[in-house]
Design a protein. Structure first.
Ligand code: NAP
Length: 248
């Protein structure tokens, strides 16, 4: 039976690259998405055309109930979960901390932080030996913003990712003895549609010279790291964060 990987927010960008690479390495994958069914369906179709196995499941990870339903559907259709990649996330319009409003910060934390907790809860209930599970790996997609504070006027985004890194440190102690390995990956500036709300390609061109490697990263470069972390080759990497940032 194939190992099963759930990737939240996998219809586009980094999540889609992780789903494609995971499928090419033999995982059956669940491509979760929020609203863009066409993009998620296309990722699934691409995987199937290459001989892989994938399903698309809609769930807004900000909803605890939706996360419960997402995992129940995976139980039913794929039979198990070995790896969870909490990738779904968003940036919002730029907003200084002295102008922050509930709509901006509440939605950001609901998706980036609460969603990560809800999906992690469901994964641990299935993976942890404490619950009779066989073990597994949980990989959180954080951001270099957690370390350097983010782009201008995005302190709220940086803080949401800082919460993820703290979560990994705590969670590693809770579940490390129960067969569950937990790691976070901190991408730097990666070329995806995420940046459309705060300057898109023009912003990427402006920031790129400040990256020691002189260019933004690709979703595929993040995917390579995630697949390695999910594998037995990374069996002693736990409770820590890995920067994939081109040096920034
Ligand atoms: P993206 O291109 O905007 O894609 C985001 C994906 O997440 C989409 O598939 C979207 O679904 C999904 N999504 C958004 N909100 C969701 C929700 N509430 N529930 C379920 N799915 C949801 O973003 P990306 O650049 O690939 O970013 C992926 C992750 O990497 C995020 O956590 C982001 O913070 C992190 N990251 C990105 C960068 C970067 O430079 N790109 C840097 C550091 C960290 P729909 O397609 O249905 O809308």
């Amino acid at each position: 039976m194939s190992r099963v990987m759930i990737i939240t927010g996998a219809g586009r960008g980094i999540g889609a690259a992780i789903a494609r690479l995971a499928a090419s390495r033999g995982y059956a994958v669940c491509v979760n998405y929020a609203s863009n069914a066409a993009a998620a369906t296309e990722v699934v179709a691409e995987i199937e055309r290459s001989g892989g196995k994938a399903i698309a499941v809609q769930a807004d990870v900000a909803s605890s109930e939706a996360c419960t339903r997402l995992f129940a559907e995976v139980d039913q259709r794929l039979g198990r979960v070995d790896v969870l990649v909490n990738n779904a996330g968003l940036v919002s319009r730029q907003c200084r901390a002295d102008s922050i409003t509930p709509d901006v910060i509440e939605r950001m934390f609901a998706v980036n932080v609460f969603g990560t907790f809800y999906c992690t809860r469901e994964a641990i209930k299935r993976m942890s030996t404490r619950h009779g599970g066989p073990g597994g790996v949980v990989i959180q997609i954080s951001s270099a913003a957690a370390r350097h504070g983010g782009l201008p006027e995005e302190t709220h985004y940086a803080a949401s990712k800082g919460a993820i890194d703290s979560m990994v440190a705590g969670l590693a102690k809770e579940v490390g003895g129960e067969g569950v390995r937990v790691v976070s990956v901190r991408p730097g500036l990666i070329t995806t549609t995420l940046h459309e709300v705060h300057g898109g390609e023009a912003m990427i061109r402006r920031v790129a010279p400040s990256i020691p490697l002189g260019r933004p990263g690709t979703p595929e470069e993040i995917a390579e790291t995630v697949i390695w972390l999910a594998s037995g080759a990374a069996s002693y990497i736990h409770g820590t964060t890995i920067d994939v940032t081109g040096g920034r």
